[in-house]
Ligand binder design. Structure first.
Ligand code: HEC
Ligand code: HEC
Ligand code: HEC
Ligand code: HEC
Ligand code: HEC
Ligand code: HEC
Length: 304
């Protein structure tokens, strides 16, 4: 757990904090100053037995980490820090890495360092994992079947922010359109009818805007009994497996249609972009299924 935390703290922190006045060393090389950038990874530590980085991650005698192990630039230790080209593809060996963690996982074990899935809130015997509740709530809401007013949720952050930090603001297609989206009165009326019809809730933020939990329920099925409390009524999925997709024959047509634009995007970003068409097989943490359109139609009405 310690490594899990420290790894995340390290990833979340900015890499450099400039200290006014005593920053001369930033214009020197490592060889001159023997100082590493603030919050930098340790060097001269021994590679653990279990770590198996690619062969070009060259080690120093005694299997110690050196600059060359992680950086592909020539004589990294002799370049003044303000002259280091951080945009060079090989600045981090094997780079550039669109997914920064992928670099770390070449030595550190992915499984041990992965973020725990806090949405897995139930023990095998059906009891709740109380410690998980406290990621978002200030206290464990014991009376789970009793519908609550927003003020009684005791959330650690305003409800529209509680998912951020762990998830991006734009986690998927369709999310950007709903950032700051504010249902008009007509939509609100429709939402009320739909929520009652399906026995669900469609909460909006204090400012009346759509938020993550308008569409998603944060808890898996079983934490709140959906028959007694509409906040618990949702699609029945497996949180451990997450959303599952299956291949679909439309993919070929879809890919062909996007080929030209994707190639252009890849040339400018120098990252491989994959955008396959897949069908949703099983959904999870949603108030209503989206694959048959029910969720969307609980707010939107389309002319027929
Ligand atoms: C275990 C791998 C590893 C080793 C060993 C290593 N580095 Fe780094 N270094 C990194 C990572 C990761 C970053 C951050 C890259 C980023 O933020 O994109 C970094 C960033 C840097 C930066 C840029 C900091 C900034 O301004 O953002 C410098 C300079 C640097 N390293 C120098 C060195 C020197 C000199 C050595 C040898 C004494 C060394 N590194 C050894 C992994 C390593
Ligand atoms: C070339 C292999 C290598 C790479 C790549 C690498 N590490 Fe490490 N890391 C090590 C070694 C070796 C140690 C020291 C052994 C130990 O204590 O686990 C270490 C130690 C650490 C520690 C301290 C562990 C503790 O218990 O205090 C953290 C945190 C860490 N690494 C984070 C990262 C992050 C974040 C990245 C990616 C930016 C990264 N490492 C990339 C080899 C690597
Ligand atoms: C990822 C953040 C998160 C975690 C973790 C979490 N909750 Fe919640 N909880 C929320 C949010 C957001 C709401 C308000 C939206 C809703 O009702 O779905 C809420 C609402 C509730 C409600 C009131 C439902 C209503 O509106 O009547 C209960 C009861 C509750 N949570 C219990 C729990 C329990 C018990 C746990 C731990 C097993 C837990 N929560 C873990 C975010 C979380
Ligand atoms: C308009 C409704 C809507 C809003 C708003 C919304 N989502 Fe989603 N989200 C969906 C649908 C639909 C899926 C597709 C997966 C499914 O059917 O279960 C999904 C999937 C996800 C997934 C899984 C992605 C994957 O491919 O595995 C995550 C994570 C997620 N949403 C987080 C968020 C977060 C965080 C926010 C708020 C910033 C948010 N969503 C806002 C409807 C929404
Ligand atoms: C403490 C961190 C944390 C918080 C807070 C959090 N999540 Fe998650 N969430 C995760 C992790 C970890 C997973 C597992 C999948 C992964 O690693 O991305 C996950 C998975 C999901 C998924 C399913 C994606 C899939 O396919 O597995 C959805 C949907 C989701 N979160 C929505 C939310 C919403 C909505 C909120 C706010 C109420 C929220 N999360 C708050 C960490 C968090
Ligand atoms: C909680 C209510 C809610 C749900 C559920 C919802 N939407 Fe929306 N959506 C809105 C609001 C509000 C807007 C802002 C524009 C408006 O008022 O029509 C919007 C805008 C959009 C837009 C942009 C339209 C434009 O004119 O700019 C698209 C596309 C869209 N939604 C698709 C979807 C899809 C697809 C789903 C189902 C996965 C969905 N929505 C579910 C409330 C919702």
């Amino acid at each position: 757990m310690k490594l899990v935390l420290s790894l995340w703290v390290l990833l979340l922190m900015p890499w450099t904090i400039s200290l006014a006045g005593e920053d001369d060393w930033q214009r020197q090389s490592y060889k001159q100053s023997k100082r590493l950038p603030d919050l930098h990874h340790a060097v001269d530590v021994k590679l653990l037995e279990a770590m198996m980085p690619p062969e070009d991650f060259v080690l120093k005698t005694g299997r110690l980490l050196q600059c060359k192990t992680c950086h592909g630039l020539e004589k990294m230790d002799e370049i003044p820090y303000d002259k280091v080209n951080k945009d060079a593809p090989d600045f981090l060996r094997g780079g550039p890495y669109p997914d920064f963690e992928a670099f770390c996982y070449q030595c550190h074990n992915k499984k041990d360092n992965e973020r725990p899935n806090i949405h897995v809130m139930l023990e095998k015997n059906g009891e709740i994992k109380k410690q998980n509740c406290l990621y978002c709530h200030e206290e464990v809401n014991e009376q789970r079947e009793k519908p609550r007013k927003p003020a009684d949720l005791k959330l650690r952050l305003p409800i529209e922010n509680v998912c951020l930090g762990c998830h991006l603001k734009t986690p998927h297609l369709n999310a950007p359109e709903h950032q700051e989206a504010k249902p008009k009165d007509e939509m609100k009326k429709h939402m009320k009818v739909e929520a009652e019809k399906h026995g669900i809730t469609l909460p909006l933020s204090n400012a009346g805007k759509v938020m993550c939990v308008s569409c998603h329920s944060p808890h898996p099925d079983g934490v709140i009994d959906g028959k007694k409390n509409p906040a618990g009524r949702q699609v029945l999925g497996d949180v451990e497996k997450g959303v599952e997709y299956v291949k679909h024959s439309w993919d070929q047509v879809y890919q062909a249609d996007k080929q030209e634009r994707l190639t252009l995007l890849e040339q400018t970003t120098r990252e491989r972009v994959e955008l396959p068409y897949k069908r949703i097989k099983s959904e999870v943490l949603l108030r209503l299924p989206a694959k048959n359109g029910q969720l969307c139609l609980s707010c939107h009405e389309f002319d027929r």
